[in-house]
Write a protein of this length. Structure first.
Ligand code: G6Q
Length: 561
């Protein structure tokens, strides 16, 4: 197939029955009608072996999914659905370079970037592994020079600050990884991330920095993204203002892109460009040269560890029978809640300061991948697809929005994530953190009955009138589902295990929903829509022709500009 030509064979090979017409779907619907009132407490009482059965180890991750509203029968029916949707066959299509991103005529090969077996992967008749290795080698060379203080700025001083300019997939991955792996970051280097076009963001980032010792990484797959180019331009002016000589650009700017022509047009020497390829989706690109800030921060050995960790998860996904295959199981449990219980959101609660950017990262990974309504066979879905992903780190959430989890009216399946070994145990603080993690998931499961509250209040000598007034308010239904992920220790390898687990979970859900998880037309729309309005704002004349609200807002803005 030629580059850029749409791959209709993927559409045509997809002779699937509509999801909601499948007998496996119907079986789940009927099962739901029978069991939807069964509580997790009840399920635990029914089966003393439940914890062992519904938990599993994936490299350094221990995943406990027993606190979910699923029984043996539920899992059996969900697995039958996965089999009928050919999840394993689609998994193989992804790993072996079929153009499953058919609306952009692209293969989806982020797994090749961490293919530690180095076995050949052919795409368009070419083994892509040597190219991947070559870019890794160049990244290693650059990072070593910076880390060894051999890469010097225009005035001969070593680099101290690295500013990554990029947005979306060219920002969230490296930002989250460098933050998550802070204890492994080179102690003489500081990392900054600028994404937004909002001028305050680059202004505040650059304010404390010294142009002589700052290196910019302009990260953009397309190298046409308005926000990134505007910020890169501002950064260049800031540098030249001090350096006074265009020659300084080569010492202070490198680019990560698939578009050499635009990189060169911007004024960055293509010898300072780190390539990646259109078969790497933006939100799956932290394993590619988009991970350059991670390599500089951690060194290539640790980055390789991170790739190893992702590879371990890939191997688990490829080789583990479906009933023990954790990304598939987690995906199916999500389907059960979103499509049968009508849950709308997925909570992500890392009990780890370093993982504080994980909810944001997974929000993009999931919502941009599975926020789709047209199936691979061009039909509008009649079921819900990707959930709203949200979250914050524990225990902060406990003192804020957890109230709604405990006593609100919504069903919110949540992932709780914690490293067992702390980076800095600091007296018993890590144990207090862990105790909160464990107690919260227990409380969300068990709740507290009216009887328990009543007895406790009586024991505390509270009079019955007050008890009667308060008892309902102090009762918790429990039965709120959680999945717990214990990480041995948040090392680069464990981090790789974790992120790849979520990537594959998202993939499996996309396959079941029969959507293309790898395009993002909604994001593309945003990129073009703003241009017309920008022209109008620049012209400054009263506008007409949008909807009345947009006209009104533009005119109000112009009046006070
Ligand atoms: C990711 C999306 C999107 C993209 C940004 C930046 O999957 O496609 O978030 O990464 O819009 O695009 P560029 O890297 O092309 O600047």
């Amino acid at each position: 197939m030629e580059d850029g030509q749409l791959n209709f064979s993927i559409l045509n090979s997809n002779n699937m029955t509509k999801l909601t017409d499948m007998p496996q779907w119907d079986a789940l619907k009927q099962h739901h009608a029978l069991v939807y009132q069964e509580t997790i407490q009840f399920l635990f009482n029914q089966d003393s072996n439940r914890f062992d059965k519904f938990s599993g180890q994936l490299a350094s991750l221990f995943v406990d999914y027993s606190k979910n509203r699923v029984s043996d029968k539920t899992m059996e029916l969900l697995i039958e659905l996965a089999e009928a949707r050919e999840v394993l066959q689609w998994r193989d299509k992804m790993f072996y370079a079929e153009e499953i991103n058919f609306t952009e005529a692209r293969a989806v090969l982020h797994t090749a970037l961490r293919n530690k077996s180095n076995s050949p992967i052919h795409y368009h008749g070419k083994n892509i592994m040597p190219d991947i290795q070559a870019v890794l080698k160049r990244m290693a060379d650059l990072s070593e020079r910076i880390r060894n203080q051999e890469w010097l700025g225009f005035s001969g001083k070593p680099i101290s600050d690295i500013v990554n300019i990029g947005i979306g997939g060219s920002d969230l991955g490296p930002r989250m990884a460098v933050t998550a792996l802070t204890p492994y970051v080179h102690e003489k280097l500081n990392f900054h991330f600028v994404a937004n076009i909002d001028p305050s963001e680059i202004y505040e980032t650059l304010k404390p920095l010294n142009p002589e010792t700052t290196l910019f990484i302009v990260a953009s797959k397309s190298f046409t993204t308005q926000e990134t180019l505007a910020n890169a331009k501002a950064a260049k002016l800031w540098l030249l203002n001090e350096a006074g000589d265009e020659q300084a650009v080569a010492k202070h700017f490198v680019a990560v892109s698939t578009n050499a022509q635009e990189v060169s047009a911007f004024g960055i020497d293509v010898r300072n460009m780190f390539e990646f390829w259109d078969w790497v989706g933006g939100r799956y690109s932290l394993w590619s040269s988009i991970g350059l800030p991670i390599v500089i921060a951690l060194g290539m050995d640790q980055f390789e560890e991170m790739l190893d960790g992702a590879y371990e998860t890939d191997q688990h996904f490829l080789n583990t029978p479906i009933e023990n295959n954790l990304p598939i199981i987690l995906a199916l449990i999500g389907i059960w809640y979103f499509n049968f219980f009508g849950a709308e959101t997925q909570g992500i609660f890392p009990y780890d300061y370093y993982l504080r950017d994980l909810p944001n990262y997974l929000q993009q990974a999931d919502m941009e991948s599975n926020g789709k309504r047209i199936t691979r066979d061009n039909q509008e879905v009649d079921y819900t697809t990707g959930p709203i992903v949200w979250g914050n780190r524990g225990v902060n959430g406990q003192h804020a929005f957890f109230q709604l989890l405990h006593q609100g009216t919504r069903l919110i399946p949540s992932d709780f994530i914690i490293p067992i070994q702390a980076q800095h145990p600091l007296a018993d603080q890590h144990l207090i953190l862990a105790a909160n993690f464990l107690a919260q998931t227990e409380a969300l499961l068990q709740g507290r009955t009216e009887q328990e509250v009543n007895n406790e209040m009586q024991e505390n000598g509270i009079n019955q009138e007050t008890i009667d007034l308060l008892v309902k308010h102090r009762t918790f239904t429990g039965n709120q589902p959680t999945t717990s992920i214990l990480i041995d220790k948040l090392t680069p390898k464990a981090f790789g295990n974790l992120i790849a687990l979520y990537e594959h979970k998202i993939f499996v859900q996309g396959i079941i929903w029969n959507i293309n998880s790898f395009d993002q037309w909604g994001v593309e729309l945003g990129k073009v829509m703003s241009q017309k309005v920008l022209d109008e704002l620049k012209e400054g004349d009263t506008v007409k022709g949008h909807d009345a609200s947009t006209d009104g807002l533009i005119n109000a803005f112009l009046k006070k500009q």
